[in-house]
Design a protein around this ligand. Sequence first.
Ligand code: FES
Length: 124
Amino acid sequence: MYTEKVMDHFQKPRNVGEIENPSGVGEVGNPTCGDMMTIYIDVDENEVIKDIKFKTFGCGAAIATSSMITELAIGKTIDEAYNISRNNVADALDGLPPVKMHCSNLATDALQVAIDDYRSKKKK
Ligand code: FES
């Protein structure tokens, strides 16, 4: 049912954890299944994501998509990272079963909320 890449990121998730004093935090929940995800970003003066970590209380697909989105986002500007779509994440994992596509929303939503949080803090 799952590709090798999904299994790899599920079993050895990258960038798990928290960032102390992050530039932005995004926490989202999936109302359908109750799973939760938090993404922390550290943004440098050029608006590049130089560090990113996540914590996910969720299904295997949610963990694999969180892990993959951290790898896709690191080194990108916040504008580029904001445009990562759930299909980009699923494609990078060589596909997700259709029934699990909603799980990848959690990853893209959490990253966008973290970037919004960074932008709103910067305005202050
Ligand atoms: Fe909840 Fe996948 S079943 S995020």
